[in-house]
Design a protein around this ligand. Structure first.
Ligand code: PBG
Length: 339
């Protein structure tokens, strides 16, 4: 980028362009709109319509019926897409996450019902085993290892089920090596060539996923049949690394990802910026459960202005170069912004 030399003060007074709302609006570099939002939504397989998620004030797990209504609401609010995350009955969880690929399971029903009620809204599904395993890991565990290739076989089964149910975007969030390419090949072979892949390309082993464990009921890692569990650090990225994120993103693009994601969001905007500059790909960030919880906790204590802080946090993603943001705030923010 070329820059004109700065005229010295008083010829240049930066505050001239800040003096009134109209000129601030006119010279604004980025904007946030409902079209930038992917609604992160937790669904459950119980009877109750809505179950509050304690660690994420203002969010609830929705029943199939409520989720279907929410899809209609998303359309009315101008939210382009919904990302669904399942909370299933603990009795249906096992060591292998067998429920993950169930064509009659919660995710299949929710996707079908949503696409039926609001076909104009894109539906995105997480491809990972953690909501379905009793130990809470994203993959198949053997001893104290997560098996990469055995996990991919299960992910393909899960992803194809989601695609057949009508999911528009598959979002592998497992961080196994090679899964994007294998999933892409499987989708082509199954005649699902239009199904998009948004890979959780640079996904960090983060403390900010804490409240999500309550949200999907995955409890403490390593409970259940796995006695000596490995750490998610053996597959998710080290928060200290930045160049490695570019290698991860490059691989996923080469394997056929249509869009890439950085996760968590706000603490990793430097990564977002590098990815956007390096690849010019549609790049998304996930404002995760812990980020949501932090904002809400501070707001509930009266320590920050709630609406302003939420809007500022989401605007930051646009400024960093994101095409959009996956956020639990989506319906609330879309309503604030107006469709
Ligand atoms: C599962 C998955 C996680 C999140 C989305 N998909 C948790 C994890 O990887 O441990 C986190 C979402 C959030 O915290 O809001 N693979």
């Amino acid at each position: 980028m070329t820059r004109a030399p700065l005229a010295p003060y008083p010829a240049l007074r930066m505050r001239r362009l800040r003096q009134a709302d109209w000129i601030r609006r006119l010279t604004r570099e980025t904007t946030l709109a409902p079209a930038d939002l992917i609604w992160a939504m937790v669904v459950h397989d119980g009877e109750e319509a809505r179950i509050p998620i304690t660690a994420m004030p203002g969010t609830e797990r929705l029943s199939l019926r409520e989720a279907t209504k929410a899809a209609v609401q998303a359309r009315a609010l101008g939210i382009p897409a919904i990302a669904v995350f399942p909370h299933i009955d603990g009795a249906r969880k096992d060591a292998r996450g067998s429920e993950a690929g169930n064509p009659n399971g919660l995710i299949a029903s929710v996707v079908k019902a949503m696409k039926n009620a609001a076909p104009e809204v894109g539906i995105m599904c997480d491809v990972a085993l953690d909501p379905f395993t009793e130990h809470g890991h994203d993959g198949v565990v053997e001893g104290n290892r997560i098996l990469n290739d055995a996990t991919i076989e299960r992910l393909v089964e899960q992803g194809l089920m989601q695609a057949h149910a009508g999911a528009d975007i598959l979002a592998p969030s497992d961080m196994m090596d090679g899964r994007v390419g294998i999933l892409r090949t499987a989708l082509e072979a199954a005649g699902r060539e239009d199904v998009m892949i948004m890979s959780y390309a640079a996904k960090y082993a983060s403390a900010f996923y804490g409240p999500y464990r309550e949200a999907i009921g995955s409890g403490k890692l390593g409970t259940g049949s796995v006695a000596n569990p490995p750490d998610k650090k053996t597959y998710q990225m080290d928060p200290a690394n930045s160049d490695e994120a570019l290698r991860e993103v490059a691989l996923d693009i080469a394997e056929g990802a249509d869009m890439v994601m950085v996760k968590p969001g706000l603490p990793y905007l430097d990564i977002v910026r590098r990815v956007v500059e390096a690849f010019s790909m549609p790049t998304f960030a996930f404002q995760v459960s812990g980020e949501y919880a932090m904002l809400m906790a501070a707001a509930q204590n009266g320590w920050i202005e709630e609406d302003r802080a939420i809007l500022e946090s989401l605007g930051a993603f646009k400024r960093a170069g994101c095409a959009g943001v996956i956020t639990y705030f989506a319906p609330r923010v879309a309503a604030m912004l107006g469709a």
